[in-house]
Ligand binder design. Structure first.
Ligand code: HEM
Length: 482
């Protein structure tokens, strides 16, 4: 039963709630259908538990920005909580642990060079490996999935562990596969069933055994083992007071704070798992969507390249500051992020007290699902809500403008804390690659399929791409080989 003045929604069945009205493999269309029927704020029942779905800029803004503190909790009784046990920052509920770890992450990432030269250097170093891989693929086609996942994983790995891995390294290949599986399984059919019907956790064998040996749990335990080994290695080899990476900084902080803070070795593992996973899968999937669209829209690719060539003329490499002189490229990258819709339902929030939204009453502890998809393609907020068109981010003078409805990183107190790093990576990687290569959809690859695959993060269908040295670059190759 919906309590008085609770947002409306479809009638729910006993035990199952609205389970039968949602596709377990991709509920995005069902959410949109319900929005058209019940309005921007509606509710569904996940088993016996109510959840409120927020759609559109107005409702989402009121909740997570205007009343941000009321909506900044995280549900603590989902499948993913049972697995990760609230040790990191992403799933941690509002409170001292989350606040201290979030603050520490933001400060440390900034000190490691967010917006500063050193982070740019690290990203440029990794770009050299991407360029080498592309160089070796000339005359043939490559699958960019592994390439971009390896590159973004190495960038965050440098920040966390001061380590990078070769692209054919066996360990990292497994770890990246685990991360991509986790983001698909964590809100896939199995996890959703567990959340809808928590009683399945207590069913007798062999069901539980089958569940325990499921690929998802294997992926998580491999990932945890990898991060734990990194932490152990840092504890053994670090020089106190001389941090080389974020793990060292954390261990220094732990020593200074002593036993009664929220910092601990165990929490460090959860924290590093979160940053590593969130830092890898999101940025790489955005790049994958970006290059797929640039191949499908060669005119947009070419216009970006013209701007890049003009603005970087005589410069050895791009710097993040250059974005201010490249309105079209900026617009293209933001448009890629809008279309890529990387985290379509954000990470679920929860209310911290009884509150209100658009006239409805929302009790404390209600699960809140921010439907970011509904804002990123909201009619009335975009010039071309359903097309890929960088004009969505350009004003009549051709200047770059960022509409309020651009929120792929969400907003408010729980907003993505890796935004700065992600934006720098996207800009430097896309600009450097587009400066040197033209990307072409292989003639024998059939028609490109732009349908994205649903998960906590959206991914493209696997595809192959052909890269060709740009004519101007081909002539001056020696310059870049320096
Ligand atoms: C294009 C890239 C990225 C996108 C689209 C993205 C998007 C998001 C979104 C939508 C959230 C949920 C915010 C909320 O609950 O309201 C989030 C949270 C988070 N992201 Fe990102 N992210 C990206 C890159 C990164 C990177 C590179 C890192 C690591 C440095 C990172 C670390 C995190 C963390 C730790 C949280 C949890 C914040 C909290 O609960 O306080 N993300 N991100």
């Amino acid at each position: 039963q919906r309590v008085n003045n609770f947002p409306p929604g479809p009638p729910a069945l006993p035990i199952l709630g609205n389970l039968l009205q949602l596709s377990l493999s991709n509920p995005l269309k069902d959410f949109e259908r319900m929005k058209n029927h019940y309005g921007d704020v509606y509710s569904i029942f996940i088993g016996h538990r109510p959840a409120v779905i927020l759609n559109g800029l107005k409702a989402i803004k009121e909740a997570i920005i205007t009343k941000g503190s009321d909506y900044a909790g995280r549900p603590q009784d989902l499948f993913v909580n049972a697995i990760f046990q609230g040790k990191g920052v992403i799933l941690a509920d509002y409170g001292t642990n989350w606040k201290e770890h979030r603050r520490f992450a933001l400060i440390t990432l900034r000190n490691f060079g967010m917006g500063k030269k050193s982070m740019e250097d690290r990203i440029h170093e990794e770009i050299q490996y991407i360029l080498k891989t592309l160089e070796n693929s000339i005359g043939t086609t490559i699958s960019p999935q592994t390439l971009f996942h390896n590159a973004t994983s190495n960038i965050i790995s440098q920040v966390l562990f001061n380590t990078r891995f070769e692209y054919n390294d066996d360990i990292i290949t497994v770890i990246i596969r685990c991360i991509t599986e986790i983001t698909k399984y964590a809100n896939g059919a199995w996890a959703t069933l567990y959340d809808y019907l928590p009683m399945i956790q207590n069913l007798p064998l062999p069901f539980r055994e089958a569940f325990k040996s499921h690929k998802f749990l294997n992926a998580i335990s491999t990932h945890i083992t990898f991060i734990s080994s990194m932490v152990t290695e840092h504890m053994r080899n670090r020089i106190p007071g001389e941090p080389k990476d974020l793990l060292d900084c954390y261990l220094d902080e732990l020593e200074q704070r002593g036993a009664d803070s929220s910092f601990s070795h165990e929490r460090l593992i959860g924290f590093a798992i979160d940053l590593y996973g969130a830092g890898t899968d999101t940025t790489s999937n955005t790049l994958l969507t970006g290059f797929l669209y640039l191949m499908c829209y060669p005119d947009i690719q070419e216009r970006c390249q013209q701007e890049i060539d003009t603005m970087l003329d005589g410069k050895r490499c791009a710097s993040f500051e250059d974005r201010h002189n490249m309105p079209y490229v900026q617009a293209m990258i933001h448009e890629v992020q809008r279309i890529a819709n990387i985290v379509p339902l954000s990470i679920f929030h929860s209310t911290r007290k009884d509150t209100e939204l658009m006239g409805y009453s929302i009790p404390r502890g209600t699960m809140i699902i921010e439907n970011l998809t509904s804002v990123l393609n909201e009619e009335g907020e975009w010039k071309f809500p359903h097309d890929f068109n960088p004009e969505n981010f350009l004003n009549e003078q051709g200047e770059f403008v960022k509409p309020e409805a651009f929120m792929p990183f969400s907003a408010g107190p729980r907003m993505c804390l890796g935004e700065g790093l992600a934006r720098m990576e996207l800009f430097l990687i896309m600009v450097t690659l587009l400066r040197k290569y033209k990307f072409i959809w292989p003639e024998d690859a059939g028609k490109p399929d732009l349908t994205l695959v649903y998960g906590i993060t959206m991914t493209t269908q696997p595809y192959r791409m052909r890269s060709k040295l740009k004519a101007k670059i081909a002539k001056t190759l020696h310059y870049y080989a320096m």
